[in-house]
Write a protein that binds this ligand. Sequence first.
Ligand code: COA
Length: 251
Amino acid sequence: MTDHILIERRGAVQIIRLNRPDKKNAITRAMYAAMAAALAAGEADPPVRVHVFLGVPGAFSAGNDLADFMAVAMGGEGGNEVWDFLLALAQAQKPLVSGVDGIAVGIGATLNLHCDVTIATPRTAFHTPFVDLGLVPEAASSLLAPKLLGHQRAFALLCLGEPLPAESALAAGLIHAVVAEDRLEAEALAMAEKIAAKPPQALRIARDLMRGPRDAVVARIQEEGEHFRARLKSDEARSAFAAFLARKKSA
Ligand code: COA
């Protein structure tokens, strides 16, 4: 287990906090595994009624750890941690809330597409530079983002890699609210408590009706994953990872 993911229960609310501030909350395989396990445990525990994802001040997440990507690009074993987490996210029966401050890159952005309520701060920007990294969208973002944003804004986000500032994300319907940094956690947790106070059975049915069958989302995660794994070993991706890692070495 890793201390880069902190799990906390506050009444009916389970908090899953990304806590690797020195790496801007870049997510390692161990962190994916810890988050998948937390979702599974919370889903199986009746007193838990809502999951909340939080980061650290200024960094929700810089996305997948690029050193981990590089290891796979160089022929290493990928493991199932990402898949397990994405599946748990897509199949969660209990509502998902996120509180996002600052950096929200890659999975740090696409995770929120699965949330029922995302609250962000003015300095937040959602950024998915998949194509620039020689990769493809993941976490069913190629399905969910066009649905939420329309094709053109989704194309700008997922293919052009244009950052989407919080205010634009709010206007586009991607997130629920923008609040000041010092209010973020209080607001996200107040929202979680509000959700937790609803009649859980009625809420579950209402949420299921809104989401529809999960099969299409799971199938897209799988389809994207096949491309993603192949792309990780591509020359385009290898050179993008090497450029990032070299930038850090010479800095
Ligand atoms: N994987 C591994 N390490 C990462 C990382 C990632 N995705 N994102 C940041 N880090 C590390 C940096 O290497 C640096 O480590 P160091 O201090 O040991 O050199 C540390 O986190 C701080 O990052 P830094 O780049 O100095 O912070 P910044 O505020 O200037 O920039 C980002 C933040 C997120 C804009 C920048 O780090 C970045 O572009 N990261 C890569 C994001 C990415 O492409 N993610 C994958 C998406 S699929």
